[in-house]
Design a binder for this molecule. Sequence first.
Ligand code: XIL
Length: 363
Amino acid sequence: MKFPICPRFLLLVSALAVSPPQSLRQAADSAGVLVGTAVRPSLLSESAYAATLAREFNMVEPEDALKWWVIRQNRDSFDFQPADEIVRFAQAHKMKVRGHCLVWDHDHPDWLAHGHFTPPQLSQLLHEHIDRVMKHYAGQVFAWDVVNEAMDEHGKLRDSIWYNQPGIGFAGQGTTYLEQVFRWAHDADPRALLFFNEAEGETLNRKSDAIYEMLKDFKHRGVPIHGVGLQLHLPGPELDSAALAANIARLTALGLQVHITELDVSLPVSPPASPPIGSAGHPVHDDDLLHQAQVYRAVVHACLQNPGCTAIQTWGFTDKYSWIGSHSHGTRGRALLFDQAYQPKPAYDAVLQELSTGWRPAK
Ligand code: XIL
């Protein structure tokens, strides 16, 4: 028996089929890219924070909860509880988790920073740390920033406790200590994707050249590394997006994935009399927000152009809680996609539109 099909029903079906995505994550799922954000476990109990996070993103990264000063307050114990909370949230909302970070010369607990350890002791400590943390999250954290910010603005290796002060045993031997930590990371969780994450080397400059040369060498010699994280903390509306695209292209040509890892676009704001932490000061002009939106759009566009650019992540998502306020002593702010009341900004609309219509060449 045949049933007559009502033309209005057909119209409804086709309208649904082409209805625009309602969230960043819906658009990103269709575009085949991850859209993520850095998160703080203490905020997951705020309903607007949790609801926005779950609705808009398909990936999260603990902003601080996996750093040494959180996990290793004591030498002999590991506190996984804060990061576990984020992982549980992610699993409940079908989000991926990126890990950040295992080797960084910042935010160390005092016992480590002032412990006067010898290179063999530091080597043992770091190896144990990578092993314990990665094994705890094996199968739950799919990608790790194994190394964070190892180079200075000229592309030279930074002096650090892990490199040469006194280092883990490879002081003065260039990138050998980095090679060593990637090998430890791969042994700890052979299925995890391992990233080198950096600031200031996102477009074409001396630093990005140095990163490129190091990664090329690592790939040629079979060092286990799968990707490079481009932080993209942008202080204002200037971005050479062609240079960003060119840098992404040369990195992916090495067989590496690129993740945009810490995107924010901060604006100058006048500080309030006594800025609360995370405060962004007085309102900025509409024009500034439109320029900011263009920068966000350009970054998403540059990533989507290249199938090897597989994730776009912002460093927080609401202006209510952004590291920029305290980092700039209240002189900059308004850097993220949602305002302090969780309302989407022009930058949000630009990212959503770009993800929804952005051209993605076939893999
Ligand atoms: C920042 C966090 O956002 C702050 O909460 C913390 O106090 C300091 O670290 N590059 C990085 C991040 O790789 O880990 C930093 O995060 C921001 C700069």
